[in-house]
Design a protein around this ligand. Sequence first.
Ligand SMILES: *[C@@H]1O[C@H](CO)[C@@H](O)[C@H](O)[C@H]1NC(C)=O
Ligand SMILES: *[C@@H]1O[C@H](CO)[C@@H](O)[C@H](O)[C@H]1NC(C)=O
Ligand SMILES: *[C@@H]1O[C@H](CO)[C@@H](O)[C@H](O)[C@H]1NC(C)=O
Ligand SMILES: *[C@@H]1O[C@H](CO)[C@@H](O)[C@H](O)[C@H]1NC(C)=O
Ligand SMILES: *[C@@H]1O[C@H](CO)[C@@H](O)[C@H](O)[C@H]1NC(C)=O
Ligand SMILES: *[C@@H]1O[C@H](CO)[C@@H](O)[C@H](O)[C@H]1NC(C)=O
Ligand SMILES: *[C@@H]1O[C@H](CO)[C@@H](O)[C@H](O)[C@H]1NC(C)=O
Length: 375
Amino acid sequence: MQELLTFVLILSISSTCLCRGLVEDTSGGFNVLDYGAVGDGQTDDSQAFLKAWTALCQTKGTPQLIVPSGKKFLLMPVMFQGPCQSNSVQVQILGTILAPSSMDGWTNCSTNCWLRFSGVSNLIVNGSGTIDGRGSTWWNQVYTDQALQFNYCNNLQLSGLTHLNSPRNHISLTACNGASLSSLHISAPASSPNTDGIDISSSTNITIHDSNIATGDDCIAINGNSTHIYITGINCGPGHGISVGSLGRDGAHETVEYVYVQHCTFTQTQNGARIKTWRSSAVQVSNVTYMDINGTSGNQQGIIFNCDQEVCTNIIMDHINIRSSNGGNVSATCKNVKGQSSCTTPEVPCLSSNNINDDCDNQKRHIFAPTNYLH
Ligand SMILES: *[C@@H]1O[C@H](CO)[C@@H](O)[C@H](O)[C@H]1NC(C)=O
Ligand SMILES: *[C@@H]1O[C@H](CO)[C@@H](O)[C@H](O)[C@H]1NC(C)=O
Ligand SMILES: *[C@@H]1O[C@H](CO)[C@@H](O)[C@H](O)[C@H]1NC(C)=O
Ligand SMILES: *[C@@H]1O[C@H](CO)[C@@H](O)[C@H](O)[C@H]1NC(C)=O
Ligand SMILES: *[C@@H]1O[C@H](CO)[C@@H](O)[C@H](O)[C@H]1NC(C)=O
Ligand SMILES: *[C@@H]1O[C@H](CO)[C@@H](O)[C@H](O)[C@H]1NC(C)=O
Ligand SMILES: *[C@@H]1O[C@H](CO)[C@@H](O)[C@H](O)[C@H]1NC(C)=O
């Protein structure tokens, strides 16, 4: 199955650093090798990284943590805690950071290991390096951990890195306000379970662009209490596509609003753009626009709306063309959905059709979505 989809989705569903003394930044660079890291892929370099981080965190100016190229640094679960003294902190990763090779190395982690940045504002993490979660021993386990996490990180910039084989989610953002993630390469075998590319929870104003994500699970998952999420230029697949949810587990009150996904390509994905909810009375889905989606489906059902009661409202589809990848027929299934469609193949029976003059070849839009999706 190959799907080439370009679309706009407009969705509306209803700590402390132990910093003593203040050091002026003279060198700017805190190279982990200067703090005892070995970088042979065998020695545990966690303490060296933490020492370098502590020194950097006490420094004013624009200090940089440097993870040099040509070396492999083995790290146990570590937390890089903020706030730091400087307004902005940079972590430059040029070499490879390796997770423990077996599960024993993770025994000391309490929750949500492995690499966590917490409470660090204006953090920049970039470089051409690799973060290798070596997660394969975890993929048959029930409980697994995430690789790289950012909690309470305002104005985070993450770019350029390669993220491999996480035990679970590769990158998680929780309670972050303002973040830009770009030029990332995230990959794990198609068969690896629960290895989402990027997970977002309780965060606002997050931009993810121009990245390749091929992990077998959700390329990007947008979870509860997240708003203003801008996703463009993602090559997604193999995997499950870009997903909102699952929302409303155990009747939880959660909202996800203002999600914009555009100029994305889905290749060999189980879904394209998906909204998942638990079957609980709390969940309402409304004001979702799918526009300019072109591609093929290997499944006979190319479009599925499956809503409990009449909770999916104002769903709009415009200029959608989904064909079969294997010469069969593609249909839409529909339950409890209200909205409009225009120039949509296959026809979605529960949406009222709004084909003005049946002229679907030109780019003229029959249904106008809000135009303020670019920020
Ligand atoms: C859906 O859009 C309509 C019209 O713009 C707006 O009045 C309504 O509040 C929106 N619904 C939600 C749940 O945001
Ligand atoms: C776990 O923590 C204990 C106590 O801090 C330490 O002695 C041990 O080396 C740690 N184990 C690993 C695998 O990091
Ligand atoms: C990392 O980001 C900083 C600040 O935006 C920039 O000056 C630097 O060139 C970047 N480094 C790499 C390797 O992308
Ligand atoms: C959103 O975040 C970006 C940084 O990624 C920041 O420059 C911008 O001001 C933020 N916008 C709002 C409305 O907070
Ligand atoms: C979302 O916010 C609601 C209300 O503030 C809160 O009860 C709920 O726990 C939050 N959910 C998540 C996933 O943070
Ligand atoms: C849809 O994709 C097909 C195959 O890639 C291409 O031939 C066609 O021009 C596309 N249609 C639109 C409207 O982009
Ligand atoms: C596709 O649908 C048409 C019209 O309903 C039907 O005649 C044809 O047999 C179907 N083809 C397949 C492969 O199911």
